[in-house]
Ligand binder design. Structure first.
Ligand code: PLP
Length: 444
């Protein structure tokens, strides 16, 4: 289990695959989020905390498919349950007991979930949560936090990020359609607020609350910096939403992994709707929209046409349902506690390393998540976390340093631990970071 020591990285076979991929995929791969250092590493197999690439290199995987795999790769209980299912059919137009079992598990654990519907991705879950808030309130507007990522639905993307030139005033972040060709009307229905800024949130709520369906909130927005929420911000958000008849829509696609009852419960937020994904599919595609039974009734069609039709060819397919249930059942309260301790060990080890080296770095995150910032202070909103070109070079050098020592550390994104990891892996992460801090690249 050697995860330390600089070593040359053979990439011959990854090069071969990338050259093939380049001929058929725009930019060579099918996801913009695939890391290139400088080319993507093609994976042959995963095994617990580790992945093995096609050139025979082995890496500790802190990406876990963008925080999806809470048990790491090839988790046996999931593999066995799915293998058993494969021979009996993988998708039906009729319902199966498996969807009820996963739904019941989520309903028992997550306080916000009275009723639930399944879809196939986090993007779809957020999309249907927004559409449900609109159908329930009869309003079109959405409020969202600057820089947070909520998937690829146009209204979830507008005002997502952009360069400082597009930001607008700090108290009134600009709402810009995210991408060229997006209808400008999308941005007109989206109001952007700064995370942790109570005053601007309340002012904006006064201005647009009456025409707003929902406020979309990830309790610890990862793309914006994996930022710790201020309690007064979440309290103000909750009460302003109630005052204006705006639904609180929590995006826990990523942060559900923060605790047995999810992230909103952890931070004292009581959302009306919640979007889930990632860990609840046990490594298979999934999304879920849950919430108050009266709000969720917009999906009901037993008495005729629903206010909001929601289907999906592969929604609630038994493979994702069974894999998700088995993965979640293994995430007992004790398993969450174990991950929390391991996360603490990593974060406190990284902090100590920074203090010892007197380096200009900070660490954010909670539970099994962490993110290293090349800044003295951990960010409190998207703007304070925004990386300058020099800082971007530092985070690239950091993730390159890890790569050459056998660890995949996401570049400028949340890293995560899994139940397949132990104190050994935690120590390796901290030691590799300490080692990086002694290099000139850390002090650019
Ligand atoms: N919301 C959040 C907070 C996410 O982190 C992501 C994906 O990373 C999504 C939504 C979109 O989920 P998916 O990639 O499954 O569509």
């Amino acid at each position: 289990r050697d995860v330390s020591g600089d070593r040359p990285l053979s990439r011959a076979r990854s090069h071969h695959f990338f050259n093939r991929g380049r001929k058929i995929f725009p930019s060579g791969v099918t996801r913009v989020t695939v890391e290139r250092q400088p080319i993507p590493l093609y994976i042959a197999r995963g095994d617990g905390a580790y992945v093995h690439d096609v050139d025979g290199n082995r890496f500790l995987d802190l990406n876990n498919n963008f925080t999806t795999l809470i048990h790491g790769h090839g988790f046996l209980p999931v593999a066995d349950a799915v293998a058993d299912l494969l021979h009996r059919g993988t998708c039906f137009s009729n319902p199966t007991e498996h969807e009820i079992a996963l739904a019941e598990l989520l309903g028992e654990r997550i306080p916000a979930i009275e009723q639930v519907r399944f879809v196939n991705s986090g993007t779809e879950a957020v999309m249907f949560a927004i559409k449900a808030a609109r159908a329930f309130t009869g309003r079109a507007g959405i409020i969202r936090v600057e820089g947070a990522y909520h998937g690829a639905y146009d209204w979830a993307e507008a005002g997502q990020s952009g360069s400082p030139a597009l930001w607008g005033e700090a108290s009134r972040p600009a709402s810009v359609a995210a991408y060229r060709g997006t209808p400008p009307s999308v941005a007109e229905d989206v109001t952007v607020v700064c995370f942790n800024d109570v005053e601007s949130l309340e002012r904006r709520m006064e201005e647009v609350g009456g025409r707003t369906a929902g406020i979309l909130i990830d309790p610890m927005p990862s793309r914006a910096g994996l930022i710790t929420p201020r309690t007064d911000f979440l309290d103000a958000l909750q009460s302003a939403a109630r005052r204006h008849g705006v639904l609180v829509v929590a995006d826990e696609v990523l942060n559900l992994r923060q605790s047995y009852r999810g992230a909103s419960a952890r931070y004292g937020l009581a959302p009306d709707l919640i979007a889930c994904g990632k860990i609840i599919g046990g490594g298979f595609p999934v999304g879920a929209i849950g919430g108050r039974a009266d709000v969720m009734s917009v999906f009901a069609n037993d008495k005729g046409r629903p206010l909001l039709p929601q289907g999906g060819t592969f929604s609630a397919n038994p493979v994702s349902m069974v894999a998700g249930r088995v993965a979640m059942e293994a995430m007992t309260e004790a398993a969450f506690d174990g991950l929390e301790c391991l996360g603490e060990q990593v974060r406190s080890g990284l902090h100590d390393a920074i203090d010892r080296a007197g380096a200009s770095f900070s660490v954010s995150g909670a539970a099994s998540l962490f993110r290293i910032h090349p800044k003295k202070e951990a960010p409190s909103d998207y703007r304070s976390g925004y990386a300058t070109p020099v800082e971007n070079d530092v985070t690239s050098a950091l993730s390159d340093h890890f790569l050459h020592r056998g660890i995949l550390l996401p570049n400028g994104a949340a890293a995560c631990l899994s139940t397949a990891m132990t104190a050994y892996e935690a120590d390796a992460i901290v030691a590799t970071f300490s080692d990086f801090l002694s290099t000139p690249a850390a002090h650019e």
